[in-house]
Ligand binder design. Structure first.
Ligand code: G6P
Length: 493
């Protein structure tokens, strides 16, 4: 869609840069990895600001040292402003740990054991106020930043942390062009009824403040539309994938994100990565390798993955000693009690399986819990089977990273509840993440698969990933917004 590029304002909880104070008291910054940061940065070619929450002590120090917490960042031929918002610890805790990650994340990934949880009490009421105040602060900061620009920007709001921002921003700027993108799975209307009515209604109405709502898969877009049927005054048009509320039309669009392959391949061919691959190869010996790479995250279904592997080994004892499972897990959200408990459960189960099935010269499962991006990049090169079995997942980028870096025509085991399954499913072995026996069968099928079939599938996976670079993801969203702009009669300069 031809039009001159407009300034873009991005808002996300986690910003593109992390700051730390070095021994000399200087602020040092490091840029986040991944296609999302690259894609959103690329969208700011005509200027703009990225507003995010200060997460680390270094981030807060950056805010303290710069007027309004704003600095200029240069990246990939683009220069943009970065503004971090610092919140009192208790407010941030309510907004981030309690509501964003303890309530909304749990709801959208179906994580509750509903016989016993959740129990919404006074702390939820207080935390909800914190969530509102942080979302309001984001909207206010965005409007302030926009007033410094020569022309009205396009707002790109990211994820469940900021679901009220579109609504608050619309109150401040009724004509604003706002897109919100959900990177998570989205629960269906029945499950969403678990969360307090007031919160559910505010979240849905908050999102509906946008002009365009983006999701990674048809399943999440449909769930969202179905939930909107319960928002009073909203008219849902499933056929045209839109909602009409208070005379405004809100478009619901599916734009699956992919990964930025070139920098990953470059890193994978670095000397350091090569050394790590050699080490891993020595550790693996003659065994086949099953790999998983995840955040230490409830929705990733790590425990059932171990149980499926155990089931496979018990039913196919000839594989004992001939296969190893490597789980590379980066620590995540340990402030939330369920995450700390889950981490212990995973370690305990792996140890039990190792004790019951392993021997002196063979350990069935190796669990490594640490931040180790390079280690993951190296390991991707070596797997025979990549296990990606989330309970529910908005997209899942491991399912894309693995196939473009793997050198052994490895097989992808992929949960049918991951957004990625809708894109890659035809070249993966699809699994029901709750079915232990079924996942064990899938491991067996993957390990026994013919070389021809493995080659066909792994090539297919790489092809699909490479055909959808992150720049395309952002371009399609900007095209949506441009259509809204034209329909509203804005001048298309
Ligand atoms: C998911 C969310 C992101 C979030 C990431 C890591 O992918 O969609 O918004 O940044 O998890 O979680 P964290 O809580 O560490 O930011």
């Amino acid at each position: 869609m031809s039009s001159h590029p407009r300034p873009v304002m991005v808002a996300s909880n986690r910003g593109p840069v992390t700051f730390r104070v070095d021994d000399a008291g200087q602020l040092q910054s490091s840029r986040g990895q991944g296609g999302l940061v690259t894609a959103l940065t690329g969208a700011m070619q005509s200027g703009g600001t990225w507003v995010a929450a200060a997460l680390t002590d270094g981030d807060r120090e950056m805010v303290a040292r710069h007027p309004e917490g704003r600095i200029q960042v240069k990246a990939d031929d683009t220069s943009y402003d970065l503004r971090y918002l610092a919140f009192p610890q208790a407010v941030f805790d309510g907004y981030y740990n309690n509501i964003s990650n303890g309530l909304l994340w749990f709801a959208h990934h179906y994580l509750w054991d509903t016989v016993h949880s959740p129990l919404f009490k006074e702390d939820t009421v207080q935390a909800w106020e914190d969530y509102i105040s942080v979302n309001r602060a984001f909207a206010t900061a965005l409007a302030e930043e926009a007033s410094r620009l020569p022309e009205p920007p396009t707002y790109l709001i990211q994820d469940y942390h900021l679901s009220l921002v579109p609504h608050f921003l619309r109150e401040l700027q009724p004509d604003a062009l706002i897109a919100h993108f959900s990177h998570t799975a989205i629960a269906g209307p029945t499950y969403l009824r678990i969360i307090p009515d007031r919160i559910r209604d505010a979240v849905l109405r908050g999102l509906l403040g946008a002009d365009v709502l983006g999701f990674h898969s048809e399943a999440w877009a449909e769930n969202f539309l179905m939930s909107c049927r319960y928002v009073s005054g909203a008219r849902v048009d499933l056929g045209r994938s839109r909602v009409v509320l208070e005379g405004r039309e809100i478009l619901v669009r599916v734009h699956p994100i992919s990964i930025d392959v070139a920098p990953m391949r470059e890193l994978a061919s670095s000397l350091q990565a090569r050394r790590l691959r050699q080490q891993l190869n020595r550790w693996r010996g003659n065994a086949r390798l099953i790999l998983r790479v995840d955040r230490m995250e409830l929705s990733k279904n790590i425990l059932r993955g171990f149980l499926a592997y155990e089931n496979f080994l018990r039913r196919h004892p000839s594989w004992k000693g001939r296969v190893k499972f490597l789980a590379l897990l980066s620590p995540s959200r340990q402030e939330i009690p369920e995450y700390a408990a889950y981490t212990e459960d995973c370690i305990r189960e792996a140890e039990r399986i190792n004790t019951e099935l392993g021997g002196e010269d063979w350990t069935p499962i190796e669990v490594r819990i640490r931040e180790d991006y390079l280690g993951a990049i190296a390991a991707y090169g070596l797997y025979d089977v990549l296990m990606v079995n989330p309970v529910f997942d908005g997209m899942n980028l491991v399912a894309m990273e693995g196939p473009v870096l793997n050198r052994r025509h490895g097989v992808l085991l992929l949960s049918r509840n991951a957004g990625a399954y809708f894109r890659l499913g035809r070249y993966a072995i699809g699994v029901n993440p709750f079915d232990i026996e079924g996942q064990a069968d899938a491991i067996s099928e993957a390990l026994e698969m013919s070389e021809d079939e493995r080659t066909r599938r792994s090539r297919g996976l790489s092809r699909l990933v490479l055909a959808n670079p992150p720049a395309r993801w952002i371009r399609l969203q900007l095209d949506d917004i441009e259509r809204v702009r034209r329909r509203r009669g804005f001048s298309a300069a």
